[in-house]
Write a protein that binds this ligand. Sequence first.
Ligand SMILES: NC(=O)c1ccc[n+]([C@@H]2O[C@H](COP(=O)([O-])OP(=O)(O)OC[C@H]3O[C@@H](n4cnc5c(N)ncnc54)[C@H](OP(=O)(O)O)[C@@H]3O)[C@@H](O)[C@H]2O)c1
Length: 265
Amino acid sequence: MQTIRDTVWWITGASSGIGRSLALYVLTNGGNVVLSSRNSEALERLAVEAGVSGDRYLVLPLDLESMEGIEIKVHKVLSKFSHIDFLINNGGISQRSLASETDIAVDRRIMETNFFGSVILTKAVLPVMIKQHKGHIAVVSSVVGKFGFPLRSAYSASKQALHGFFESLRAENVSNNIKVSIIIPGRINTAVSNNALSKDGTAYGMLDQGQAKSMSPDKAAPIIVKGILKEKKEIMVGGKELLMVYIHRFIPRLYYYLANKVSAT
Ligand SMILES: NC(=O)c1ccc[n+]([C@@H]2O[C@H](COP(=O)([O-])OP(=O)(O)OC[C@H]3O[C@@H](n4cnc5c(N)ncnc54)[C@H](OP(=O)(O)O)[C@@H]3O)[C@@H](O)[C@H]2O)c1
């Protein structure tokens, strides 16, 4: 199994929640990290908190909704670290609105951020990894990447699209020695519901019921990183809500009952 020390990780969504905890975990275990998201101040603060020297990290702001010039950013990473071992496509945005009420611009924004943003970055990094004949790409999906769920129509669609893309990518790149992991969090205690989009594109601004009692991102991070280092194809992380993945697969009638019940409340 590979270790973290001296490896180079590019992590999106590193300013908050799961991405932030992943970045801190990798930095404190001797890895080098490219920190990306829109909020560069939060990324700088994270690097200070990690207490590592400037040669161990690069703050590289990017907006997954607008990826023009991404090749220049890849060059910046290579100028600093000369190679990329791990790309973690974690940045994303959730949804709290009915499909019937959601503005199509909101559906597109969720798709652009969660699906196309990660795909564009992956396509920019892929030639580097192919040249290295080595690399590992991970993408953060969700349990709703496995099934649909009320109030998550575009979000679930964006996550399910990631499964199709990244499973295909994995099969295409076996001979290039590039590994692909799909991370499936259940409920993790982050600002994901606060930042989720409402029907008109404004932030939902509330913590979901039960979110505060869910697994902390600091607990999730080592589980995710260890799964990646073990080259797991899928990494499930969270609490008992992960059971829904198995219920959907093996007891579909119970899944329909539970999903309909949520819909009716
Ligand atoms: N927490 C959960 O229960 C849960 C469950 C399943 C899946 N997930 C997934 O886990 C990932 C991380 O979410 P989280 O829970 O850590 O939520 P979070 O605390 O809201 O973090 C989301 C991260 O994504 C970044 N981001 C959002 N839009 C972006 C954009 N347009 N460009 C660049 N970065 C952007 C944010 O950074 P900036 O605002 O600085 O850009 C932030 O760092 C997401 O893909 C989410 O769908 C979370």
